[in-house]
Design a protein around this ligand. Structure first.
Ligand SMILES: [Zn+2]
Length: 100
């Protein structure tokens, strides 16, 4: 399965899971004494804490995006792993994501 929406390019570097992840995110909540409702887009970034539900590897989301980049760089030049790719803006990731 290839992710092309919320999880584009995201894959667990340990177990290969790419179906689902726990990603620490931020959102504006409408909170009353009865509970909370999400009232904004949910946002996260490459620095957001992420955990694989299958093998429990955790770290920044960027660590889960480095696989394809590493493979690509291995073809050209070895060793330099920079953040040269444009970072995803939370809006582009979550544009169509519904609030839970
Ligand atoms: Zn994993």
């Amino acid at each position: 399965m290839v992710n092309f929406n919320c999880l584009e390019g995201v894959k667990c570097p340990d177990c290969g899971n790419e179906k689902s992840f726990y990603i620490q995110s931020t959102a504006v909540m409408y909170v009353t004494d009865d509970g909370a409702e999400c009232r904004s887009d949910i946002e996260w970034s490459d620095d957001s804490h992420t955990q694989c539900p299958q093998c429990e590897r955790s770290g920044h989301l960027a660590k889960f995006k480095s696989i394809r980049r590493a493979v690509r760089e291995r073809h050209s030049s070895v060793g330099t792993q920079k953040n040269s790719e444009p970072s995803y803006s939370p809006e582009s990731i979550n544009g169509d994501a519904p609030c839970p």
